[in-house]
Design a binder for this molecule. Structure first.
Ligand SMILES: [Zn+2]
Length: 245
């Protein structure tokens, strides 16, 4: 019998990681590169590298900016921002903690994207990573994020635009009494602060830009990057940039 060896990866490429800036190997054991094409140095995934690329391309002086991230995952772009931006802050939504206050045990600030406690024009950049498909009132959330941005700033975010050219659809809604109404089979994604995960409320499509413009007044562009030399290759890794005028 031959000794067992590691399975050959499904895909391997060499390049420079936009997040850790090292010459690395990007490799995936499966064909679902979106979650598995890892940087050998920092462990980042393609959508995180695409987001970092867009932040650097649009705001190369990002380290000098007031940056807020909602619901960071404690890795990749979030870690780099917290390290390099003196003006970086972040928040999570915690059930039962008054928005604007700190979680009594975790010491982290609670904010509800649909009703932020920050003053108008507080930030240059607002970052969310795979969060906007989980909010119950995305119109309010986009409006609030636009409100707390300064002119010339932007909400830069990833969200899986799974519907592509089909119209965006609401998967789940919240009634006036707070009851959750499911329009599709409930689907949950991992949540860094909730082991039960986050319910997916929206199947977004490329019409997300029109939705944001209508509700928040900020014109948006959807940036699609394929650059294997930067480890950026996968489905559903578009980066949306909503510009505050
Ligand atoms: Zn890396």
């Amino acid at each position: 019998m031959k000794a067992e060896r590691m399975a050959e990866p499904y895909f391997v490429a060499e390049g420079v990681c936009p997040i850790c800036e090292n010459a690395v190997e990007f490799s995936s054991q499966t064909n679902w590169l979106r979650d598995h094409l890892l940087c050998s140095n920092c462990g980042s995934i393609p959508r995180e590298r695409a987001l970092m690329r867009v932040i650097k391309d649009f705001y190369p002086h990002f380290a000098e900016l007031a940056v807020h991230e909602s619901s960071p995952g404690g890795r990749g772009v979030s870690m780099r921002m917290s390290r390099e931006c003196a003006g970086f802050s972040y928040s999570h939504f915690f059930e039962g903690v008054p928005p604007g206050e700190l979680h009594p045990d975790r010491g982290e600030r609670c904010e509800n994207l649909e009703s932020l406690t920050f003053a108008d024009g507080s930030f240059d950049l607002f970052i969310t990573q795979d969060v906007m498909e989980h909010v119950f009132d995305p119109a309010a959330a986009f409006r609030e994020i636009a409100r707390v941005l300064r002119p010339g700033g932007a909400h830069i975010f990833t969200a899986p635009l799974v519907n592509k050219t089909r119209a965006s659809e609401r998967r789940a809604a919240r009634s006036a009494s707070g009851e959750i109404i499911h329009h599709f089979e409930p689907e949950y994604h991992g949540n860094p602060v909730d082991p039960e995960g986050s319910l997916v409320t929206m199947n977004w499509g490329y019409d997300i830009g029109a939705f944001i413009l209508k509700h928040a007044g900020t014109p948006s562009i959807v940036v699609q990057i394929d650059d294997i030399g930067a480890g950026i290759r996968a489905e559903f890794i578009e980066v949306v940039v909503s510009l505050k005028r």
